[in-house]
Design a protein around this ligand. Structure first.
Ligand SMILES: [Ca+2]
Ligand SMILES: [Ca+2]
Length: 454
């Protein structure tokens, strides 16, 4: 199977490939599930983050910066991998000791000094018998896992699954991804986890983005991916008035991103119109969010998942356009060619928005998403907006009680230091935890300060 087929996501072809492999294996298989990591290397440059400040450098981290595969731990299933032992060549099967269920956990570890910002995962599978596979993740070794993936109900004779998951703004040095298999038909079935090596070695992997560890403390998620939006999908030409903050959108529909149709990965299905050969070109979306201390934001970064193209307005001003022609955009304007395909279908294209567009209090995002052709099979839309802002000077509170003083502060990315003289030398206080320090019977005078951690 060639790369192009994988990227096109043609499930029938995938199914063929698996069936061929099934016949080559010596035991009975009626359930084959393949969970494949998002491929890297074909159009990976689409995920490159543009450096937005001179203070921080963003790096794109391919597989070499994220420890994969060798960190996989399996329980209740047997795990193995074939040379060259990358994730895309791994597979799991139910074991005799735990015949119907089992899990496999992958650990993603950012390189020293970096955190994993985003992780993209493509689950691709074929269920040949009744059973279920769920995927969850946790950050920094946490035991609370958050679900992000579930297979649809099994339907005879086979159910194909293709699901992208964009785990956004994890900002963690370590991310665990756990897949759990629950078979309802016994343990004689082989479970194939990820693609088999003889099919397309080296073309599939998780795809990740890492950033400097200092980023998270400076970054605020203003609009998370998967947010609720008002939307208008009736093919009407709304002109330009819908972009303005005061536009009355009470009559619009409401739903959660991802919006769209045609990919089977949307949370809210939108209407394409009555004629499949002449679909609506433009769909409109609006979302309001509240910002405090707007003037402190130095950068706004938008992630824009759009099939096939679109324009973003912030408080009535055009803020970002992606895959759209230059000039005036109307409801009949087609997105640029070629239509979105492959990894781009699940990519949040990043762009910078002028932070002066942000205002104190309620802000309004208005987005129009356009088809590239009137017979295009799919539309997708999701968006996230991140703000980087200056850090406010931390406050240090001091309360005196007799010979004792109690100091407290809320910025935990600082350390408390003390000195006998304001000119120093300063040294870190001993025994302060989680923003609190208590001390008694100190002779002479003392000065305290908070030093920001690098
Ligand atoms: Ca499309
Ligand atoms: Ca989609």
């Amino acid at each position: 199977m060639r790369n192009s087929r994988i990227i096109a996501g043609r499930e029938t072809e995938l199914l063929c490939g698996l069936n061929q492999r099934m016949t080559a294996l010596p035991f009975k298989m009626r359930f084959v599930a393949v969970l494949a990591a998002m491929f890297f290397g074909y159009r990976a440059e689409a995920q490159v983050i543009v450096a937005s400040t001179s203070t921080f450098s963003y790096t794109y981290a391919p597989r070499s910066a994220l420890a994969l595969d060798t960190n996989a731990i399996n329980a209740g299933v047997s795990y193995n991998h074939e040379p060259p032992s990358f994730l895309n060549c791994s597979y799991i099967s139910p074991s005799a000791s735990a015949p119907s269920t089992g899990s496999i956990t992958y650990t993603f570890q950012a390189a020293p000094g970096l955190v994993i910002r985003h992780l993209g995962v493509l689950q691709r599978g074929v269920l040949f018998a009744s059973g279920r596979i769920t995927g969850e993740f946790s950050t920094n070794g946490g035991t609370t896992f958050q679900a992000f993936f579930d297979t649809p109900p099994f339907v005879n004779p086979a159910t194909s699954v293709t699901r992208y998951a964009n785990l956004r703004n994890l900002n963690a040095p370590t991310v665990l991804i756990r897949y759990t298999l629950n078979l309802t038909n016994g343990h004689t079935y082989n479970i194939q986890f990820c693609r088999d090596c003889d099919d397309a070695p080296l073309t599939l992997t998780f795809n990740g983005t890492t950033v400097s560890q200092t980023i998270p403390s400076m970054t605020t998620v203003l609009v998370p991916a998967g947010s609720t939006w008002k939307y208008r999908d009736n093919g009407q030409n709304l002109g330009t008035i819908w972009r303005t903050p005061l536009f009355e959108d009470r009559g619009w529909s409401s739903g959660a991103a991802e919006f769209g149709y045609g990919d089977d990965d949307e949370a809210t299905r939108i209407y394409s119109g009555p004629d499949p050969n002449n679909k609506f070109i433009t769909t409109y979306f609006r979302h309001a969010f509240v910002v405090t201390n707007a003037s402190l934001f130095t950068n706004l970064t938008v992630g824009f998942l759009r099939d096939d193209g679109g324009v973003i307005y912030l408080n009535g001003k055009e803020a970002f356009r992606s895959q759209m022609p230059a000039g005036i955009i109307g409801s009949g304007t087609l997105a640029m060619q070629p239509p979105t395909f492959g990894i781009d279908e699940s990519t949040f294209f990043e762009g910078q928005i002028d932070p002066s567009f942000l205002q104190e209090g309620t802000n309004t995002l208005a987005v129009e998403v356009h088809q590239a052709t009137v017979d295009s099979s799919d539309v997708s839309f999701d968006l996230e907006l991140l703000g980087q802002r200056k850090r406010l000077a931390p406050l240090l509170a001091i309360v005196r009680a007799g010979d004792c003083i109690s100091l407290s502060w809320s910025d935990l990315e600082t350390v408390l230091e003390e000195a006998s003289d304001v000119s120093g030398p300063w040294q870190e206080t001993i025994g302060n935890v989680a923003g609190a320090y208590f001390t008694c019977d100190q002779p002479g005078r003392k000065f305290y300060r908070l030093r920001q951690l690098p």
